[in-house]
Write a new protein. Structure first.
Length: 338
């Protein structure tokens, strides 16, 4: 008795494996996150994210050139302002840190896409993603007053040169109001990438070090989603589509592959996956200990996001991945089997 079917036939050599590979990661799939801080000449490594830095605007300009030269299509900007207040002034001020960074990058590397993270948590004294009633120490974010601040933030970011607006605060109706504010201000061609299904996740904690945005009271569970839910994610997605979103994001990515997949099936819009800070730090920590091979684990993980349905991957590994991809391509074209 011999097996009739022998799937191993197509695994028997590297060229055959390349030929039948279903999912191939490319540099075009990647977006690199950058943290902007005030000052000059500053590159301060984030403790919990080895290899990731808070950068002053001049350093961001250098970094943006590097990202562009690596073939990565875009960056997403997060800002750490000089001062925080109740109105999140630093988020929507014309000379806010994201606005400064966006303008400077546009002047030097105009082809690089700039995605602006549109949220208030880095700019509020209490660290929440929205507006709290004065004197509220429970952390209950008020939805509709927050929408007004998000409108101002999005318009000022577009004005400063942001190509894509990415609201991340999980406020109800934020896509709709941001769309109308952008349209009224003449930015009807600026797309919105909505953080549509964003979970209340413990995987964000290194980011909160990096962005200095730890909530001072309470947590984000009244606006971010419960990790146990997927139908709710689909509801959020449908609402954002109806409100005019151009692209949808699922966040985090690694523990939420099923959500990426179901969102992909539910929409024809491009789907982005955010490979968040905690996911990065886990790989980095294990790699620095010599417990895993960083390149192999990163490339496998990013490919798997794509296989799950992600069209775009926001990842702190983007620059490394782009380098590894180009070495890989060079090796393949010079005949080395991979
Ligand atoms: C908040 C925001 C968060 C991230 C990006 N924007 C999470 C949060 O603090 O709730 C997380 C990104 C990451 O962990 O890499 N608007
Ligand atoms: Zn936020």
């Amino acid at each position: 008795m011999f097996p009739i079917h022998r799937p191993r036939r197509l695994r028997s050599n590297p060229q055959l494996r390349r030929m039948v590979r279903e999912t191939v990661l490319t540099t075009s799939d990647l977006i690199y996150p950058i943290f902007a801080i005030p000052g000059k000449g500053i590159a301060k490594e984030v403790k919990s994210m080895p290899g990731v830095y808070q950068l002053s605007v001049d350093k961001i300009v250098e970094g943006a050139k590097e990202v562009y030269d690596l073939g990565i299509p875009g960056i997403i900007l997060f800002g750490i302002p000089e001062d925080k207040d109740l109105e999140a002034t630093g988020a929507w001020h014309d000379y806010g840190i994201i606005q400064q960074a966006a303008t400077a990058v546009k002047q030097t590397v105009p082809e690089l896409l700039i995605i602006a993270d549109t949220c208030l948590c880095e700019y509020t004294v209490h660290g929440h993603c929205g507006y709290l009633e004065v004197g509220d120490f429970t952390g209950r974010v008020l939805n509709d007053p927050t929408l007004k601040l998000l409108q101002k933030t999005a318009v000022s970011q577009a004005k400063a040169g942001a190509d894509i607006i990415a609201p991340s605060g999980m406020m109800d109706g934020f896509v709709q109001v941001i769309r109308s504010a952008l349209d009224e201000a003449g930015y009807e061609n600026t797309p919105i990438l909505s953080y549509a299904a964003k979970y209340a996740s413990a995987y964000y904690s290194p980011f909160r070090d990096a962005a200095e945005s730890v909530p001072q009271v309470g947590d984000r569970q009244t606006y971010q989603m419960d990790p146990g839910n997927t139908r709710e994610a689909l509801k959020e997605i449908q609402l954002d589509i109806a409100e005019g979103a151009d692209m949808l994001m699922v966040k985090p990515a690694l523990a939420y592959m099923d959500v990426i997949w179901r969102v992909k099936e539910a929409t024809n819009l491009p789907v982005a996956a955010y490979n968040v800070s905690g996911e990065y730090s886990m790989i980095k920590a294990a790699a620095l200990n010599g417990w895993i091979d960083e390149e192999q684990v990163v490339m496998e993980t990013l490919t798997d996001f794509k296989r799950a349905g992600a069209d775009l991957i926001l990842t702190y590994h983007a620059k490394d991945a782009a380098r590894w991809l180009s070495h890989h391509d060079a090796a393949v074209s010079s005949g080395i089997s991979l």
